[in-house]
Design a protein around this ligand. Sequence first.
Ligand code: TYC
Length: 122
Amino acid sequence: MLAGLEPRMTDDERDAGDAGGGGGRTGVGLATKPETRTAKPALYKVLMLNDDYTPMEFVVLTLQRFFKMTIEDATRVMLHVHQRGVGVCGIFTYEVAETKVNQVIDFARQHQHPLQCTMEKE
Ligand code: TYC
């Protein structure tokens, strides 16, 4: 073919990633241009609530099991909740926070403790 007389790609074909070259459209590539910025997911605090009946050791065990805390961090958070009424166990995306709240409540219920846990938007 003579130089300069090749079939030209339209702008859309270029955007869609079609390399041209006589093979026609390949069906690969993006139909729309992606946004450069991606929104960050909303975050939620998981809160542990104090009560008069759940044993301190059980709260520490719960924090270690579901929030991967060391015994030192779990004890510090448990004492904070015991003294102040509420404390933050961690900050997560919505579904992770919801799962952790349910795991804590189920674990407490299985052991007949009234321990409560909730979540709130950061
Ligand atoms: N207040 C409880 C007690 O004296 C201990 C406790 C701490 C319970 C933290 C719940 O989230 C809690 N046995």
